[in-house]
Design a protein around this ligand. Structure first.
Ligand SMILES: Cc1cc2nc3c(=O)[nH]c(=O)nc-3n(C[C@H](O)[C@H](O)[C@H](O)COP(=O)(O)OP(=O)(O)OC[C@H]3O[C@@H](n4cnc5c(N)ncnc54)[C@H](O)[C@@H]3O)c2cc1C
Length: 448
C-alpha cells in the first residue's frame, strides 16, 4: 500500500505531542490488538470519528457488532489532533456551483446535512455523557481584506437560503467589540451554529460509547492485507485477522493507494499544522484585544484558523508543508509563529508550548464521499471532509451504519453531492505536485 508523505507522518509508535494529549482523560479507550483469527459481521478500517461513529451506531441502533481496526492507538489520526472547530466547511463547492450541479433541492439537502451533523455532535455528547469541553457560540469568518466583506455578504444569503441559518455580518468595529482586533480583521460573518470542542475527548468519548454499546475496538492493528474468502473479507493484521461479511473503509487522509480500488488516486491528503501558545495574560488579551472563545477562521483560501482556549492559550492553525519531512514541519512552524505575530502584533514572539500536524483529506469532487464499492456491494467507504470532519465524520459514520444495516438506500440517505468517490486526479502519482500548484495559486488569490 502506497502513501504520499514522508514516513514521519505515518509514525504511529507514539501519540501526537499535542495540547489535547497533554490534557487528555487519564484512561485511554480500551483497545487490544487483534489476537488470532476472529469472525465479525462488520470490520471497520480506521479508528477515527468516522469509524468509531459507524461502530457506535451499528451497535446501538442496529444491534450489529463491528470490529474497528486502527493502525495506531484509537483516534491516532486527524480526529484526536484537530483544532476542534465544530463548523461548516466540509464542502468546498460554492452555492452557485452546487445549484447548477444538484439543483435547489440538492443544494438544500447538502447544507441541511452539514447543519444536522453539528447537531449530531451535541446530541451524541448528551446521550453518551461525553464531556466535550465545549466553548464558544457559533463560528466567525473574518475578512482578511476589506474586499472579502462582499464574499461574506453573499455567503450570508446562501446560508439563509440553503442552510436555514441567519448569519450576522459585523463591521470591523463591531467585530472588535465582541471578537478580536488585529491587522487582518476587516469585519466578520457570525454563523449562529458551531462551537469549539476538545477533539481528543470527543474522539475517545465516542470510542468509549461504541465499546459500551458492544463494538470491539482494536488498536495497533493495521490492515496489511485484504483477501476475499468464500464471499467474505479477511482483513489481515500483524497479530491476527478479522473475517467479516461487510467492510467499512474510514481512513480519510491516511488512506493508502491499494487499499480499495474505488478510492485509488482520489484522496488529496494535505498537512494541517497547529501551534498552541502559553496562556495569555490579561494585558496581552486586552492589547489584541481578544474577547471571544468562539472559533474563528479567516477568508484566506490558505486559511488561518484560531481560537482562544479556556486556559487563555491561543490555538493557531494553518495548512502545512507538502513533504512531511520533519525539517519542513519545523520550517512551517517558524513561518506560523511569524504570521501569528503579523496578525496579532501584541503576540509577536510569544512562547509556543505545543505544535503538531496531521493529514486532512480533500477530494477532486470537492465534497465528502460516501459510497459502496462498485466491485463489491458489501464494502462501504466514507471520507473527504476537506479539513472539517469534527461533525461531518461522525455524521458520515452514522450514515454508513444505516447503509450497512440496510436501513435505507443511498439514494434516500445520502445527498447527491456526497454520493460516491467521484473521479480520480489526472496523473495520481503526481498528487503532491497538484497540491503544491494549488497552494501556490491560492496564496496568489489570497493577495488579490
Ligand atoms: C491539524 C488538523 C486540524 C484539524 N482541525 C479541524 C477542525 O478544527 N475542525 C474540523 O471539523 N476538522 C478538523 N480537522 C479535520 C478532522 O480532524 C478530520 O476531518 C476527521 O477527524 C476525520 O476523521 P476520520 O475518522 O475520517 O479520519 P482520521 O481521524 O484521520 O482516522 C483515520 C484512521 O485510519 C487509520 N488507518 C489508515 N490506514 C489504516 C489501515 N491500513 N489499517 C488500520 N487503520 C488505518 C489511521 O491510523 C487513522 O487513525 C483537522 C485535521 C487536522 C489534521
Amino acid at each position: 500500500m502506497r502513501t504520499l508523505y514522508d514516513d514521519a507522518i505515518h509514525d504511529r509508535s507514539l501519540p501526537t505531542p499535542s495540547y489535547w494529549e497533554a490534557t487528555a482523560p487519564e484512561s485511554r479507550p480500551q483497545a487490544q490488538a487483534v489476537d488470532g483469527d476472529v469472525a465479525a459481521d462488520v470490520a471497520v478500517i480506521g479508528g477515527g470519528l468516522t469509524g468509531l461513529s459507524c461502530a457506535l451506531h451499528l451497535a446501538r441502533d442496529h444491534a450489529i457488532r463491528a470490529h474497528v481496526l486502527e493502525a495506531g492507538p484509537i483516534g491516532w489520526g486527524a480526529s484526536s489532533r484537530a483544532g476542534g472547530f465544530v463548523c461548516l466547511g466540509a464542502v468546498k463547492l460554492g452555492f452557485g456551483d452546487c445549484v447548477s450541479r444538484f439543483g435547489e433541492d440538492g443544494t438544500r439537502a447538502l447544507w441541511r446535512a452539514q447543519v444536522e451533523a453539528m447537531d449530531l455532535v451535541s446530541d451524541l455528547a448528551q446521550a453518551e455523557a461525553i464531556d466535550l469541553w465545549r466553548q464558544g457560540d457559533g463560528q466567525y469568518e473574518v475578512a482578511h481584506k476589506p474586499a472579502r466583506m462582499a464574499d461574506l455578504a453573499r455567503e450570508r444569503e446562501g446560508l439563509a437560503r440553503y442552510a436555514g441559518l441567519t448569519a450576522e455580518l459585523l463591521s470591523a468595529e463591531a467585530f472588535r467589540e465582541v471578537g478580536h482586533g488585529g491587522t487582518e480583521a476587516f469585519g466578520a460573518l457570525h454563523v449562529p451554529k458551531g462551537f469549539g470542542v476538545h477533539p481528543l475527548r470527543w474522539t475517545w468519548g465516542l470510542a468509549d460509547a461504541a465499546a459500551r454499546h458492544g463494538a470491539v475496538l482494536h488498536g495497533r492493528s493495521p490492515v496489511v492485507d485484504w483477501r476475499r474468502e468464500n464471499g467474505r473479507h479477511r482483513l489481515v493484521t500483524p497479530t491476527g485477522s478479522v473475517l467479516a461479511r461487510h467492510v467499512v473503509v474510514a481512513t480519510n487522509g491516511y488512506t493508502p493507494d491499494g487499499l480499495l480500488a474505488d478510492l485509488d488516486g482520489r484522496p488529496l491528503p494535505m498537512l494541517s499544522n497547529i501551534l498552541v501558545t502559553r496562556p495569555l495574560d490579561d494585558g496581552e488579551r486586552a492589547a489584541v484585544p481578544w474577547h471571544t472563545q468562539t472559533p474563528v477562521a479567516n477568508t484566506r483560501i490558505r486559511l488561518f484558523y484560531y481560537r482562544l482556549l479556556a486556559d487563555g492559550r491561543v490555538l493557531f492553525g494553518a495548512r502545512g508543508d507538502t513533504t512531511g519531512r520533519p525539517e519542513d514541519g519545523a520550517r512551517v512552524l517558524r513561518w506560523m509563529r511569524r504570521r501569528l505575530g503579523d496578525l496579532f502584533p501584541p503576540l509577536r514572539g510569544i512562547a509556543v508550548d505545543f505544535a503538531w500536524r496531521g493529514l486532512v483529506c480533500l477530494l477532486p469532487k470537492r465534497s465528502p464521499a460516501i459510497g459502496r464499492s462498485a466491485a463489491d456491494p458489501s464494502v462501504f467507504y466514507g471520507l473527504g471532509y476537506h479539513g472539517n470532519g469534527m461533525a461531518m465524520a461522525p455524521w458520515t459514520g452514522r450514515i454508513l451504519a444505516r447503509l450497512v444495516a440496510g436501513a435505507g438506500a443511498e439514494a434516500t440517505l445520502v445527498p447527491a453531492a456526497l454520493r460516491g468517490a467521484g473521479p480520480a486526479v489526472p496523473w495520481p502519482a503526481g498528487r503532491l505536485w497538484w497540491i503544491r500548484a494549488a497552494l501556490a495559486w491560492y496564496a496568489l488569490k489570497d493577495r488579490l
